[in-house]
Design a protein around this ligand. Sequence first.
Ligand SMILES: [Zn+2]
Length: 332
Amino acid sequence: MSVRQVGGLTAEPGSVVKGYLGGVSLGSGMQVRIPAVVVNGRRDGPVLVVVTGVHGPEVAPMAATVAAVRSAASEDLAGCFIAVTVANPLAVQLGEYTTPLDDKNLSGPLYYPGNPAGSPTERMAAAISQALERASVVLDMHSNGVPSIPFAILNRSLARDQKTLDDADRYAGAFGVTPIDWERDQPTNIAGSSMVRGIPAMTVELTANVHIIPEVVEMGKRGILNVMKEMGVLAGRPEPQALPRLKGDFVFYGMLRASGAGFLFIKKTAGEKIRKGEVVAEIIDHFGDVREEIAMPITGYLWAYRVTSSRSHIINEGDEIAFIFRDRRDPL
Ligand SMILES: [Zn+2]
């Protein structure tokens, strides 16, 4: 039976400890504190660390994680579940992707151990690293607006060794959403930073951002509990998700960019197979004229349409409007 020490939090065997991992003091006297829950089992076993709230508008995974905490807290765990539920409280409070104090993205190569003497965002990353350093498996959970599909980004090329790679694939399978590889030379986020250290990790993307939709919360919660089952922390076998996974060997391809400006009229939805040259979306301007028909550059899929710099589906010239991925078995 192990006592778990996570930053300043101490969790005895069979206890649930709620507290803060540290944070940033503001000049007004406000304290920005990063909440965490440690659900420590009575029996020894591996440690799952789930981080949510790295990006402010992505509320659905935060809700899914607190739902998973509530469920796990009533179970007899063999191991430990550490949830960092609101990783960037300032960004979450204001619905921003970056930290308003230094305009930095907490989704960066800022971890293990990070820089506790750095900028506000770097200090928050260092505080979160106290949890990550305890992890056997890491889930960094994010979300997209609608329409989008649920999926898990894997940075397979960053895996320290074959076991890390195989385990990451296995846990993505257990979570139960479509795995999509994103080839990287170096880590750009929490999951990649974990993979290079030999900790199986993925970036999960759910299908709602600012709204808390019951089916999306259930999917995220089930995925977290499924990973805990696959790890042996929870008893039982992973349960299938309500939405089946896409079949294929998927890899991120690139962004779809608009040249016209106006309103986004979607012709093809997320997860639908789209042939090269097919019209994905029309941009129609404020007079009702079609400014652009945006064609698919390859045969592939979109995982989500983006919320643009206007924070909506109003499209500005040059905006990236969607994420493209492809099946490696299809010709480019
Ligand atoms: Zn995100």
